[in-house]
Design a protein around this ligand. Sequence first.
Ligand SMILES: *Cc1c(COP(=O)(O)O)cnc(C)c1O
Length: 225
Amino acid sequence: MHNLQHNLDKVLDRIHSACDQFQKPAPQLLAVSKKRSASELREAFSLGLRSFGENYLQEALEKQSELTDLNIEWHFIGPIQSNKTRAIAEHFDWVHSVDRLKIAQRLAEQCPEGKVIQICAQINVDQEATKSGLSFEELPEFTEQVLGLKNLRLRGLMAIPAPADNFNAQKASFLKMAEALRQLQLKFPQANLDTLSMGMSSDLEAAIAAGSTIVRVGTDIFGPR
Ligand SMILES: *Cc1c(COP(=O)(O)O)cnc(C)c1O
């Protein structure tokens, strides 16, 4: 656990090297803290991390209640059942895993007064039967409908590609995401879509090469779960 500083330094080095190598701006680093304790998050915060990604609502709410003194930006990145949308709308700044219109509608309706939730459309980029997410074909209509909802700001796209063991295969999926965002930006210029949430511990370099703006890193910061 005392490796946190060391691990974080290594992740930041990898991000900076990839940005140099591929001539890309630095993405935001989202620390994925599922299954980590509130005290581990507190330590990560003390090292400068400010954005944390959580997958499981109940677990996240418990940690949030212990960390109210810290100015954390909370990101929900896990699968969303519709009976969880109210608590997610109340307790998270970002939701990366919006994979169907019904979820977006509920988040919009249940969003507290005066708050705007930043959301990403989750894409099933490799068309895996076991993964949730919109198809690229569904994206234009989904976008048009979400842009009509109050209280939500659609920022862009998120994906968890099929595992691939080499850089080129990883990058191929991420390039599909970048191209889909580019198409959406052309179709909906007024939306100012600016986010590609992609890249995890094992593939963040390939994601950066393809233009990631948020990498979501758990294992390589906090250790194996
Ligand atoms: C767990 C998780 C991550 C982090 O994965 P690591 O391989 O631990 O870096 C990123 N994104 C999502 C959606 C996750 O569920």
